[in-house]
Design a protein around this ligand. Structure first.
Ligand SMILES: Nc1ncnc2c1ncn2[C@@H]1O[C@H](COP(=O)(O)OP(=O)(O)OP(=O)(O)O)[C@@H](O)[C@H]1O
Ligand SMILES: [Mg+2]
Length: 419
């Protein structure tokens, strides 16, 4: 069977993978001159337990899930793919700004000057044992001050460029890449998961003015701060929806699978007096399908107990990342955990900021059930993979030779942007 339409000129397919702690999701999109936006032509998701807290813990399990998810997506799409863009949500992810300056001598800045400062910056960037996942010019400075987005045609004594760098530890990236390669797929690019999620669910204004994205995953809660259009800070907590489920299972004395179901169907982050009177059926631990009636309040209490701990940690991370002040008002929740009933109101109460749940947009042909917050990363990956724009930094992943020495942090003057 082949539903493959004849390819038009300029058409291409892009394939992406979100390898999470609870699931592997694969998506194939068609990009072409006839399409208003990348169009989903194949998508498949399946449960996978080969990742622990966002890191590969069982290569074989991840490989098998990746192979199966992509095979199904290929079957839906009627195409085969070889290159994939893959998300990364843990493994020493850091966000930095590095600056480099060159002399212009009061002249008008030409294309050649820009090429020169870019070349200088590239030569300076040393991975220092880490893998650079992303490095792009964020803004330019004239005579050490005056920040401009496009310096062409302006006069200056010196031209500086601030390069936004996202890096990660080498070993976890290699492990992820090995798992994907074992499934006969070539990792074209690794993209930091919150950067992908932000593409799918943040508005341009949110990214510019200042906003925190909280990815409530199964094994990780990732916090990414956006300002001036880029990800300016990142922090990761090894705790997520799995912990909520485990707490429910302990509190109600029910198997994990049943606790997971109760959380999604009867759970909430908000408690109301009625919860004390409402009874829910809870499966016993002894097996055999015995059901016990318990007040719904017990379920909600277990959920809120874990959320209080988690959001307490989130507030600490906001503080550490400098997400405070009048520009630090907007929070967007993403990931499967953002599907919990009442989570936006709960988070708004504890964080004292505006909170909304982000849902993905930007692709066409996405089935309705996949417009949920858990699909923001997958959507953003497809949008990023569809871009034609030449990238400043194209060397990535394990092709880096190990670098000895002091590391790029010490070698370059890092600027932490004021947010
Ligand atoms: N309706 C719901 N209510 C509450 N929690 C939910 C709901 N739907 C999904 N979840 C939770 O979301 C989590 C999965 O989210 P997601 O798919 O974003 O994680 P992941 O990408 O696999 O993991 P990670 O990003 O941590 O590696 C699970 O813990 C699941 O219980
Ligand atoms: Mg995830």
């Amino acid at each position: 069977m082949s539903r493959k339409a004849p390819k038009l000129r300029g058409e291409k397919t892009v394939a992406v993978l979100d390898v999470g702690s609870s699931k592997v999701a694969a998506l194939i999109a068609l990009v072409g001159p006839e399409e208003d936006a990348p169009r989903v032509i194949g998508v498949h998701q399946l449960a996978c337990r080969g990742m622990k807290n966002g890191l590969v813990s069982d290569l074989g399990a991840v490989e098998a899930a990746v192979r199966q998810a992509m095979a199904k997506a290929e079957q839906n799409a009627g195409v085969t793919v070889s290159d994939v863009t893959v998300s990364v949500s843990a493994g020493g992810i850091d966000s930095d700004l590095a600056t480099v300056e060159v002399d212009i001598g009061g002249q008008r800045i030409e294309r050649a000057d820009l090429d020169h400062v870019h070349a200088e910056a590239k030569a300076e960037i040393e991975p220092g044992g880490k893998i650079i996942l992303h490095a792009e010019p964020a803004l330019y400075t004239l005579d050490g001050q005056n920040a401009v987005m496009n310096p062409l045609g302006l006069h200056a004594e010196t031209l500086g460029v601030a390069i936004h760098i996202l890096s990660a530890d080498r070993a976890p990236m290699q492990n992820l890449e090995t798992a994907v390669r074992s499934a006969d797929l070539n990792v074209a690019r690794l993209v930091v998961a919150p950067v992908a999620a932000a593409r799918a669910c943040l508005s341009a204004q949110e990214r510019d003015l200042g906003c925190a994205l909280i990815d409530l995953g199964a094994g990780r809660t990732n916090i990414a701060i956006f300002a001036q259009g880029m990800m300016a800070g990142f922090s990761s907590i090894p705790m997520g929806g799995e912990d909520v489920t485990a707490d429910i299972a302990s509190a109600l004395g029910t198997p994990l699978v049943a606790a997971e179901r109760l959380k999604a169907l009867k759970g909430s982050a908000n408690s109301v007096p009625r919860d004390n009177h409402e009874r829910i059926d809870v499966e016993g631990l002894e097996g055999g399908g015995a059901l016990y009636q318990r007040p719904r309040a017990e379920l909600i209490q277990a959920i809120r107990g874990r959320l209080d701990v988690l959001f307490g940690l989130v507030e600490d991370r906001f503080e550490e990342l400098g997400f405070k002040g009048p520009r630090a008002r907007q929070v967007v929740l993403t990931g499967g955990g953002a599907a919990l009933a009442g989570i936006d109101d709960y988070a708004e109460g504890v964080l004292g900021r505006h909170v909304r749940v982000g849902s993905p947009s930007g692709l066409t042909g996405f089935p309705e059930q996949q417009r949920a917050s858990a699909f923001n990363v997958l959507t953003g990956l497809a949008l990023i993979a569809s871009e034609e724009a030449p990238r400043f930094w194209d060397r990535q992943q394990t092709s880096f030779a190990p670098v000895e020495g002091t590391g790029f942090r010490k070698m370059l003057k890092m600027l932490k942007q004021n947010i």
